[in-house]
Ligand binder design. Structure first.
Ligand code: FAD
Length: 573
């Protein structure tokens, strides 16, 4: 059997090596348009930032390694330009020689990845404007940074104001995860940084009140955030700099511009070959990664996948799914009945010492879909036992189905232990778990690592309390006309308070029940939701109609940062 693989990085390389492990006899050829195979695109921002110092660290495996270890023939700087499905051949053009040759296949695997979105903006191809997709991109950015810094140092040296510390300026356009990684790494390179994002939030896959926490963190680290504003055009400015003009009329002069505007599946080859392209613009494949042609498989960023939670077609361009899909395609080619389960978009990003991670569906997607059968909780558990030094709070939003408790999505932000919790949630979502399963999850514990009730268990317990009716919950957007009861201590109210809320500290509640309205809904809150839970239990058992405002004051701050026009937030201001 002769198998040709197009694209030699995440999905392609995984497919090639897995196939070799399953079939010692197969003839495997891998063609890659770029100069390298199997490189770590995920490492590129960190190479630019200098965290990864050596260029050689970017390469996971070389052509020679593929040949010697796996007997796979790898051809770099070779582009597949056409597939002849009737003849089962693919036309390859050598990019150095320009010569073309046709190669026959029994099975063909496409893993061409994606292309960066490159809108037709005036000046978008000016020198100093980069995208971050390949090793050559990263090398060019590093070189440009060094040049700009040298020019700046020379200008400062010649200047009469020698003591002046001039900083090079950078603009990152696009606040997705690659944009944020570039923000962090350019600040690491001592740039004065502006992030321009067309949406009104960074990190589109998370809910806006969660992104507000991330945005505050970015600002605290000196990032100039321009949200709700797109780039209108780029112009050449003096001394090799670029002027970035935004739609709202801002002019930002910068030494370097990074475009992180998102990507589109690279379907050129597949489209030309008449393979079915789905409504989201990716190559349509079945669960075995087979395209509409049974002898052609496709994997990675180029394909549409089923969203694990909604069951709908989607695009999730991430390395984990690409690698797994490559492996599955190899297994199917080798005669096994392997299938891809779908993707839930599990992702993580680190910025300035904090971690943001998410998995499953977010609330804004549920709302867009008109779904009402869901509930959410906001909790702020410690990363490990509070008495052990160094515990840090985790901001956690958990979404689950109201009717049966199925876990739907999670987003977490914090300094410690975020990734490990989201990984547990991700595995639970993939296993179809409910919040009742989270209550029972048995996780490792010692004081420096977690708590006897891990944040995952706490999420399950809080959510289950809500669904079982032990602790009915409410949210800040629905409490406006009800009786608000603040059970914090008076000293805490001096820091911040909600106007109109009645304060009865938890310790006095049992003796002051007569001050509460017996026939009105009482929404109880505290700082994070623990004392208000105890208070809610007291009230419910005394016949009151009480609800716990999920996440308390901390959730209120998140909520108001996004819904500043809400009645409660206006009052709070
Ligand atoms: C800067 C950056 C950071 C990232 N960080 C993360 C991260 O932290 N976590 C994460 O999960 N994901 C991350 N990703 C995404 C991840 O790298 C991709 O999802 C993954 O590489 C996709 O694998 P793929 O095989 O589909 O495509 P790729 O790995 O992009 O490989 C496709 C290859 O196919 C080649 N090709 C295309 N067309 C042809 C043709 N006609 N002929 C020959 N060769 C062709 C291309 O040159 C390319 O090298 C990051 C991506 C980038 C760019």
């Amino acid at each position: 059997m002769k198998v040709i693989i197009i694209g030699g990085v995440a999905g392609g390389a995984s497919c090639a090596t897995r196939l070799r492990r399953l079939d010692e006899k197969a003839e495997i050829l891998m063609f890659e348009r770029g100069p390298y195979v199997s490189y770590a695109n995920c490492a590129l921002p960190y190479y630019i930032g200098g965290v990864i110092e050596e260029e050689s660290a970017l390469f996971v495996a070389s052509e020679r390694y593929f040949r010697n270890r796996f007997a796979i023939d790898v051809y770099t700087r070779c582009e597949a330009i056409e597939i002849f499905r009737n003849e089962k051949t693919v036309k390859i053009r050598g990019l150095e020689t320009g010569q073309t040759s046709n190669h026959s296949y029994d099975k063909l695997v496409l893993s061409p990845g994606a292309t960066s979105v490159h809108p037709p903006l005036l000046g978008i191809d000016l020198p100093g404007i980069f995208r971050v997709r390949t090793v050559p991109d990263a090398l060019a950015i590093r070189e440009w940074i060094q040049q700009r810094k040298a020019i700046l140092t020379e200008t400062v040296r010649k200047s009469r104001f020698q003591q002046e510390k001039a900083k090079a300026k950078a603009v990152v356009v696009g606040g997705g995860f690659i944009g944020l990684e570039m923000v962090e790494n350019l600040i690491r390179q001592d740039f004065d940084l502006t992030l321009v994002e067309m949406l009104d939030q960074v990190l589109p896959p998370i809910d806006p009140e969660q992104s507000r926490v991330v945005e505050a963190h970015l600002k605290a680290h000196g990032v100039n955030l321009v949200l709700n504003d797109g780039v209108a055009e780029f112009k050449q400015a003096d001394a090799g700099r670029i002027e970035v003009k935004t739609k709202s009329g801002k002019n930002i002069v910068s030494d370097i511009v990074i475009l992180a505007l998102g990507i589109r599946p690279d379907v050129n080859l597949a489209k030309k070959a008449g393979l079915v392209i789905g409504e989201r613009g990716g190559i349509r494949v079945d669960e075995h990664m087979r395209t509409s042609d049974p002898d052609i498989f496709a994997v990675g960023d180029a394909v549409e996948v089923k969203d694990f939670v909604t069951g709908e077609w989607t695009l999730i361009p991430l390395a984990g799914p690409a690698n797994r899909q490559g492996r599955i395609a190899a297994e199917v080619i080798a005669g096994r009945d392997s299938g891809f389960r779908g993707t839930q978009g599990t992702a993580v990003i680190g910025v300035f010492g904090k971690t943001i991670a998410w998995t499953g569906i977010n609330e804004k997607t549920l709302l867009q879909r008109g779904e009402t059968d869901y509930e959410k909780i906001f909790i702020y558990p410690n990363s490990h036992a509070g008495y052990y030094p160094g515990a840090k709070p985790i901001t956690l939003k958990v979404i689950f189905r109201r009717s049966d408790g199925r876990l739907l999505g999670v987003c977490a932000f914090g300094e410690e232990g975020v990734d490990k919790r989201v990984d547990v949630f991700a595995a639970m979502i993939q296993m179809g778990a409910t919040i009742y399963d989270l209550e029972e999850a048995e996780l490792c514990y010692a004081p420096q690592f977690g708590s006897a009730k891990d944040p995952v268990n706490i999420a399950g317990m809080v959510a289950a309390n809500a669904l079982r009716g032990d602790m009915p919950i409410s949210h800040w957007n629905s409490v406006k006309s009800s009786f608000l009861l603040d059970v914090r201590e008076p000293s805490e109210l001096k820091q911040e308070s909600v106007p109109g809320a009645v304060n009865i500290p938890l310790g006095q509640l049992r003796s002051r029940l007569n001050e509460l309205p017996p026939d009105q809904e009482i929404n109880v809150f505290c700082e994070v939701g623990q004392r208000s839970y105890y208070a809610t239990r007291i009230l419910l058992q005394n016949g009151f109609n009480a609800k716990d405002v999920s996440g308390g004051m901390k959730a209120l701050k998140q909520f108001c940062a996004y819904h500043s026009e809400n009645e409660v937030c206006k009052k709070e201001k």
